[in-house]
Ligand binder design. Structure first.
Ligand code: LLP
Length: 384
């Protein structure tokens, strides 16, 4: 049984819902600010991890920028009051209206992922009489040692410009009037817990930067993306990721030139641990191998276990009886609709509250209406 959840207050709420520990988010943000300021590093929060406006308000107060991957993410960031001068825009498939939105709001930078995209940005900027600031996203072919669905920096991935095409890219951009190359952008993947992948990235960034310099191009910004993982096994023990070690890797590994800026795009490590999906047990059903705890939340509310076979710690926060093993499954008509197989939980009964932990990142933002399900609401520790 966990004492950190306001169980009494939960009684009145319709399940499933997301519950955010705002105090933990605040402590996490303070830590990121402290550790990044140490080296004058700039952090852009990757809004794709969670675009909930209450969380964004808090993140904004720490002065971080925003990394967006769609026009609607840009709109959300602007609505919440983020400064356009702190918005960067990535993505392999930016539509014309999304590029136009970025141009009209004078966002800081387009992270360009292909030569055809560069041509469209140049063209749309020209029609507006503007010069778009761009960074080239480069695929560095560095293995992030994470799940294949969230690996982005290998040759087989769709992201970024390959090293063999860089000469063509710089040749084309030198002839364009309405784009200005400001930086180099990288992002190798997500949920990276082995910091040696980031060390490998630094080696590649240094090599690639030297190539640019040999072409007389001096990047003002090096953006190394996001990807720092969180501890899904021990969310209470490691509630704040190792930002100190993480930033140190880049300080040590990167050849930072003069007053060059180093940018980061952190998502999961910012919001991952502050959120839980709270669901209630509907039925306990006898199984052949393991009993099933059937809960009212499912893969439509938190898709990570079904999509990536991701582990999330599951707790019965209502019971402190001796433990038994259960498959914790949802109501959706798919066998993949399971939060965890053969998990030890205190003896569980109808009505018990179950917390699926570490669901603050890529949880609420990935809900779906499949089976015509209602979207879960969100509640906050400082408002209950
Ligand atoms: N920058 C770029 C260009 C990205 O594509 C991503 C994540 C980030 C930054 C932020 O990465 P983070 O710090 O959050 O690892 N839905 C998946 C994760 C997808 C990540 C996509 N890109 C999951 O639930 O694991």
């Amino acid at each position: 049984m966990s004492s950190t959840f306001p169980l009494k207050k939960f009684e009145a709420l319709k399940t499933p819902f997301y519950y955010y520990d705002m105090e933990l988010l605040e402590r996490t943000l303070k830590k990121i600010k402290e550790e990044s300021d140490r080296y004058n590093f700039h952090v852009h929060y990757a809004i794709k991890a969670n675009f909930n406006s209450r969380l964004l308000e808090l993140i904004k107060n720490y002065g971080f920028g925003i990394d967006c991957v769609s026009g609607y993410e840009i709109k959300r960031a602007l609505e919440v009051g983020f400064d356009p001068a702190g918005i960067v825009f990535a993505g392999v498939g930016k539509s014309d209206w999304e590029i136009e939105l970025g141009l009209d709001n004078d966002i800081a930078c387009f992270n360009v992922e292909s030569i055809p995209e560069l041509e469209v940005i140049n063209d749309l900027a020209k029609r507006r009489g503007k010069v778009a600031t761009v960074a080239v996203r480069i695929n560095p072919n560095v293995d992030a040692n994470t799940h294949s669905y969230i690996t982005t920096g290998l040759d087989e991935n769709k992201f970024g410009v390959n090293r063999i095409d860089l000469e063509d890219f710089t040749d084309k951009i030198s002839k364009m009037q309405n784009v200005s190359l400001e930086g180099l952008h990288f992002h190798i993947g997500s949920q990276i817990t082995d910091l040696s992948s980031f060390k490998d990235l630094c080696v590649k960034v240094n090599e690639i930067q030297e190539w640019f310099i040999s072409q007389k191009i001096y990047p003002k910004v090096i953006n190394v993306g996001g990807g720092l993982g969180i501890d899904y096994e021990n969310p209470d023990y490691n509630s704040i990721p190792q930002f100190e070690d993480y930033f140190k890797v880049f300080k040590k590994g990167l050849n930072i030139k003069g007053d060059q800026q180093v940018h980061f795009e952190l998502g999961r490590s910012v919001v991952g641990q502050c959120g839980s999906l709270i669901t209630r047990v509907l039925y306990v059903k006898k199984g052949v191998k393991t009993d099933f705890a059937i809960v009212d939340g499912g893969m439509t509310d938190l898709i990570r276990p079904a999509l990536y076979q991701a582990y999330h710690k599951i707790e019965n926060i209502s019971s402190s009886s001796p433990e038994k093993k259960y498959d914790i499954v949802g109501p959706i008509c798919e066998s993949s609709d399971s939060f965890g197989k053969a998990q030890s939980l205190p003896e569980t009964a109808r009505g018990d509250f179950i917390a699926v932990r570490s669901a603050g990142a890529y949880g609420e933002v990935m809900v779906s209406p499949y089976n015509l399900r209602e979207f879960p609401k969100a509640y906050y520790s400082d408002q209950l």
